[in-house]
Design a protein around this ligand. Sequence first.
Ligand code: RP5
Length: 170
Amino acid sequence: MSSPRVGIVVGSESDLPAMRLCGEVLDEYGIGWEIAVMSAHRAPEVVRSYASQAEARGLRVLVAGAGAAAHLPGVLASLSPLPVIGVPLAGTPLSGFDALLSIVQMPPGVPVATVAVGEMGARNAAHLAARILALGDPDVATAVRVRRQEMSARVRLPEGFDVSGGALEA
Ligand code: RP5
């Protein structure tokens, strides 16, 4: 596998099972990634150091998964110029709604691309990272195109159904 271009960061060991799915999807695209555990609340200096070095280390996208008062994605976005994708995780009595609001409600100028709560979001973070990387990498662009064609091919229609019909009358 190539050197990591996506840095997956989680706030706790308890976030790892959901966020490993992000890595699995990146593997399917052939995109190198790394994963690290560091809390914006419990280890802020480590987060500062990781974010500050991320671009120079060759990372191009950061994916941050966190639950509860989930500041990790926003803090990374404040410290690094790289695009940050935030994954709200659902480990609390509020089932991730707390993390969703914490991550999505960033002030102007410090964007975090927020995906769905939990495993669905973890997977989509990888698909979004692939589309970002595809802009500058023909191999990833091809992998994204193939993946989309595979999704389209999964359509199942009734026998005799003509997909080209049904255009709206003017
Ligand atoms: C957040 O608090 C973490 O991202 C995790 O989702 C949540 C609970 O952390 P632990 O108590 O499991 O370490 O910072």
